[in-house]
Design a protein around this ligand. Structure first.
Ligand SMILES: *Cc1c(COP(=O)(O)O)cnc(C)c1O
Length: 462
């Protein structure tokens, strides 16, 4: 008998432990919004039915990871769990100097503290918000050189996460001596979770090598990136995910990672470096804020779970489900009548709020407006990635500068929600689509100087 090619994507796991979802109605949610000053970061989680705020630290761990938790070695120094953690990381990255940190941004803080002088430039394919904040708070300049194809959010290009090599070449010709290092973020979170090609990483490496500038990879979603390379880049069709990841890292001088993403961790991060001297310098800095170099702010059991998670995520059946189910969600939202960023990225669907709500100007924060509406009507917590998160205020003149795009991100926690959750959300997207042109703009009533989106307060313009 010929087998059909089923369209249904089933989750490649079964569920052993369940957690009830908070069920609320729109009136209760509006109440909660007012109390939270319309900032979804301020909402208590028990008011949220579908928490798509982030895929960070929200993964469901496997039974193998939980079993690992039980054998975690909690010795202060030289715990067995540290060596298993370091071995798992070195196996994939090829770098032998492994430094655990409590999460990704502390790896960024340590790297910028050790390797960046005030006034120096750090180039990126697009710096993640905490990376940018760490660079700028050390007096550095964070320079983004995204691929020009990202300007058109509906253009289908396979590797929109790439760095703009022409712009990189020009920047190097002009000011190579000012550049401290380059961070390549895979996948490129801030442009929509878009992948970076192997060729782009390799060419970047070659250009930097001429000036002896180090290349670091922000590996938060390295496995999703490797999967996209396998599916979209010539010559990688038959390679294992692990060997693709190993090749990506072979072009780097170091890797920094938030293990709350592609390591199925609820907390954790690390630096993995080639240069022993730099690693030593960081180890002497980290004892002040992170902890002893063999635990770096993590419990032994956390390192154990991460060591397992990092290998588990290389499973192609998992990655294929992951990427396909993200696409399925995106296709449903698009069919409901929203403008979405194409092609769909790995960990999230991005709605183009600027295009979906054309009646609002950038500084009326259309992304904020849409994300508030998605919470009120569907119970979804999303995050604005537009002029609230990436725009800035000139604190001398008081002028607000918009971001280039107004997006709303719906991040998908790993192995957490099922297809019926997704189908339910898509159904309500269909109900609210005809009304989105009536949504109000917002103004910012309060904002801090760094990472303002976490604590800013808003009110609707009408
Ligand atoms: C999440 C993330 C970080 C920061 O990591 P935390 O663990 O949240 O501190 C850095 N870079 C990228 C690309 C990320 O997605």
């Amino acid at each position: 008998m010929e087998m059909p090619k089923p369209k249904t994507i089933f989750e490649p796991f079964r569920i052993k432990v369940v957690e009830p979802l908070p069920i609320t109605n729109p009136a209760q949610r509006l109440q909660a919004l007012k109390k939270a000053h319309y900032n979804l970061f301020t909402l208590p989680a028990d008011c949220v039915t579908f928490d798509l705020l982030t895929d960070s630290g929200t993964s469901a761990m496997s039974s193998t990871q939980w079993a690992g938790m039980m054998v975690g070695d909690e010795s202060y120094a030289g715990a067995k769990s540290f060596f298993r953690f370091a071995e798992s990381i070195s196996d994939i990255t090829g770098h032998l100097q492994v430094i655990p940190t409590h999460q990704g941004r502390s790896a960024e803080a340590l790297l910028t503290q050790a390797a960046l002088k005030p006034g120096q430039v750090v180039i990126g394919n697009t710096h993640f918000d905490t990376t940018r904040a760490n660079i700028e708070s050390k007096g550095g300049i964070a320079l983004d050189l995204p691929d020009p194809s990202t300007q058109d959010s509906s253009r289908e290009e396979p590797f929109k996460g790439n760095i703009d090599l022409a712009a990189l070449r020009a920047t190097l010709a002009e000011r190579a001596k000012d550049i401290a290092f380059l961070i390549m973020t895979v996948t490129n979170n801030s442009v929509g979770g878009q992948p970076v090609s192997m060729e782009n990483i390799k060419k970047t490496r070659e250009l930097l090598a001429q000036h002896k500038i180090p290349l670091f990879i922000d590996a938060a979603r390295f496995a999703e990136n490797a999967f996209f390379i396998k599916r979209r880049e010539r010559g990688f069709e038959h390679r294992s995910i692990k060997s693709i990841a190993q090749e990506m890292f072979s072009y780097s001088d170091g890797v920094l990672m938030s293990a709350k993403k592609d390591a199925f961790g609820n907390i954790g991060g690390f630096l993995a470096l080639r240069d022993e001297g730099l690693a030593q310098e960081i180890r002497s800095l980290m004892v002040i804020t992170e902890g002893f170099p063999t635990y770096g702010g993590l419990a032994g059991r956390d390192m154990e779970a991460l060591a397992i998670g990092l290998q588990e995520i290389l499973d192609e059946d998992y990655l294929s489900y992951r990427i396909r189910s993200t696409q399925y969600f995106g296709e449903g939202i698009e069919a409901a009548g929203f403008k979405v960023v194409k092609p769909f990225g790995g960990h999230a669907v991005y709605i183009d709020a600027g295009q979906s709500l054309p009646h609002l100007k950038a500084l009326e924060y259309p992304g904020q407006s849409l994300s508030v509406a998605l919470y009120e009507h569907i119970g979804i917590r999303s995050v604005e990635v537009g002029s609230v998160m990436l725009g800035r205020k000139n604190w001398e003149t008081g002028e607000e500068l918009p971001a280039p795009k107004e997006l709303v991100r719906l991040a998908i926690p790993r192995r957490v929600y099922t297809q019926s959750h997704v189908d339910y959300m898509i159904e309500i997207f269909g109900y609210i689509a005809p009304q989105i042109r009536n949504l109000p703009g917002y103004r910012i009533d309060y904002q801090p100087q760094f990472l303002r989106h976490f604590t800013a307060r808003f009110s609707p313009l009408r």
